[in-house]
Write a protein that binds this ligand. Structure first.
Ligand SMILES: Nc1ncnc2c1ncn2[C@@H]1O[C@H](COP(=O)(O)OP(=O)(O)O)[C@@H](O)[C@H]1O
Ligand SMILES: C=C(OP(=O)(O)O)C(=O)O
Ligand SMILES: [K+]
Ligand SMILES: [Mg+2]
Length: 561
């Protein structure tokens, strides 16, 4: 392998206002499209603009998210949003037009939560997202989130909610009921060992304490409880029980991370070609590895990314291994807050974000970012501060749950995430604390280590030269991720031949992913890209661009001709 890579920083001497640039094929604006590509473009692309006889410049042929394109045209690329947004699709947002409205509002990833709804419902949603991408030029990725096998209540026989009042007596049972025969104030629990595991005087917390009960009596399969903190019980709410101030982990700690139902959902996700599978209540790296090998076996060559949800005590014990094994992580603050004291949640969030950055894995901050917007059109000041904090910590993505799934103002909530992100990111850039964080080396081979160093240097260089953008040509997406990891000041245009990698890169901080068939000849790639981008008014002459690729290990600084 040695000698098979080339390392060159191609920089010609800098004269006053001149920027170094690579030699451009003459004539400069007329880009000869290589024959196979011309054929490929002719198939997908219309209209083609004929620039000179025998020379075609594609006006499209470069596929990028429609909203990003509009944003770029309007504001120039310095001001594009770097923090990505994941929206949970639920009953409030599952129609085609509603999903489209979210995509227009800046949703990068659509999440479906397999805890709720039927597979048919999810299939329709996933297909609508795909259709939206194909018909309207979006690159929204799809994330399927598994149910996991923690303890939760049943679906309340399809009631939207049930109110538990202070002092009321409720029964939690492992018996199942048919709808008409369900006794009042009775809730079925999904875990068969529940009635055996709890003890009188245990505290039963619904959704981490939104409603609290105390166990007063056990009668066979029934656990009789008194409500001590009243509130709304929501379908399939999570349940934890506490004894003497500690979370009780009896046999429920032995429940499998991926249940038999989850495996069926995973098969379904693979069949539907989802981009990410988020695994709930991950306890160890093993389960991630098992799932990955299952997917490779089931669907060789598939690009499905596995997101480890950090939401249990066990996940915290094995944090680094879990993150290493995954393709990304979610700080799932909802359940996490039910398993550890609330005051620790922000500290864990910070730690996970730092660790993910070190290990080069995208990280999503999830749950209750804008909880009040389920009901109200504006967020609380505290919520805005929370969002701003996550953006300031430079998480890759923020996630909406109920706010977009069943809240009254999904688009407004999305707009808040967007504007708070933009404002906070701008402020961070203006503070000009160029990131001097010592990033650990994550590569396991010398070749990879070289691309890592190239990406670190590129980012530093882009910041110092105040470059307008970094362009990266990447077949696997890795070089793009390594650049994103540096959180440079300018946006990163990532070109990849694969639509599924394009969608996956949509989760990562600061990346603007394009789908493009490129060759091993960097010079013709650049010429092609410049003319495509210029034809769409996405860059202009004089912009300073830094270029890297995993085709050729080099850094080039170019002033757009
Ligand atoms: N596919 C769906 N069908 C029905 N309701 C859903 C669906 N997805 C989400 N919801 C609703 O949105 C809420 C918030 O979604 P999410 O945060 O994903 O779930 P949970 O709160 O159960 O962890 C859920 O509690 C549920 O009421
Ligand atoms: C995102 C979370 O998981 P879910 O919504 O599936 O419970 C969470 O617990 O914060
Ligand atoms: K879930
Ligand atoms: Mg959860």
């Amino acid at each position: 392998m040695s000698g098979s890579f080339r390392f060159s920083i191609s920089l010609s001497p800098l004269h006053s206002n001149e920027f170094p640039r690579i030699p451009v094929t003459k004539p400069r604006i007329h880009v000869p499209v290589p024959k196979p590509m011309a054929v490929a473009l002719a198939k997908v692309v219309s209209p083609l603009r004929v620039a000179a006889p025998g020379v075609m410049v594609a006006a499209a042929g470069l596929e990028v998210d429609r909203v990003t394109e509009a944003e770029l045209k309007e504001n120039g690329f310095r001001s594009t949003r770097r923090t990505k947004i994941v929206c949970t699709i639920g009953p409030r947002t599952c129609e085609f037009e509603e999903i489209e409205a979210l995509a227009v509002g800046g949703m990068n990833v659509a999440r479906v939560n397999m805890c709720h709804g039927t597979r048919e419902w999810h299939r329709d949603v996933i297909r609508r997202v795909r259709q939206l991408n194909e018909e309207k030029g979006f690159a929204v990725a799809v994330m399927m989130d598994t149910e996991g096998s923690e303890i939760h209540m049943d679906d309340l026989n399809d009631a939207e909610s049930a109110k538990a009042e202070d002092g009321q007596i409720w029964t939690f049972t492992v018996r199942a009921f048919d709808q008409p025969s369900r006794p009042e104030r009775t809730i079925t629990v999904n875990y068969d060992g529940f009635a055996e595991d709890v003890k009188v005087d245990d505290e039963l917390l619904v959704d981490g304490g939104m409603v609290t009960f105390v166990v007063i009596e056990k009668i066979g399969p029934d656990v009789i409880c008194r409500c001590t903190d009243p509130g709304l019980l929501l379908p399939r709410a999570n349940l934890t029980f506490w004894r003497n101030g500690s979370l009780v982990r009896e046999r429920n700690a032995m429940l499998p991370t991926i249940s038999s139902k989850d495996w069926l959902d995973i098969d379904f996700g693979i069949e539907e070609g989802v981009d990410f599978i988020a695994v709930s209540f991950v306890k160890s790296a093993e389960v991630i590895k098992t799932l990955k090998s299952y997917i490779i076996d089931r669907s060789p060559g598939s690009q499905i990314g596995i997101i480890a949800k950090i939401e249990s005590i066990d996940s915290l014990k094995n944090l680094e291994e879990i993150i290493r094994a995954s393709d990304g992580t979610m700080v799932a603050r909802g359940d996490l807050g039910a398993q550890i004291p609330l005051e620790q949640v922000p500290l864990v969030q910070h730690e996970v974000i730092q660790l993910c950055r070190q290990l080069n894995k995208p990280v999503i901050v999830a749950s209750q970012l804008l909880e009040s917007m389920i009901e109200y059109p504006i967020p609380t000041r505290a919520e805005v501060a929370d969002v701003s904090e996550a953006v300031g910590q430079q998480a890759d993505a923020l996630m909406l749950s109920s706010e977009s799934a069943m809240g009254q103002y999904p688009e407004k909530a999305l707009a808040v995430l967007r504007s708070v992100s933009l404002r906070t990111e701008k402020c961070r850039r203006e503070e000009k604390h160029w990131d001097v964080t010592d990033l650990r080396i994550v590569s396991s081979s010398k070749l990879d280590e070289i691309s890592e160093e190239i990406c670190n240097t590129t980012s530093r260089m882009a910041n110092k030269l105040k470059a307008d953008a970094i362009l990266v040509y990447t077949k696997t997406g890795r070089t793009a991720s390594l650049l994103s990891r540096n959180r440079p000041d300018c946006p990163i245009f990532a070109f990849t031949p694969s639509t599924s990698i394009q969608r996956c890169l949509n989760l990562e901080w600061g990346l603007i992913p394009f789908r493009l068939d490129f060759s091993d000849d960097m010079e013709s790639n650049l010429n092609l890209t410049f003319s495509l981008l210029k034809a769409r008014a996405m860059i202009k002459s004089g912009d300073l661009i830094i270029v890297v690729s995993d085709v050729m290990q080099s850094i080039q600084a170019i002033k757009v001709p």
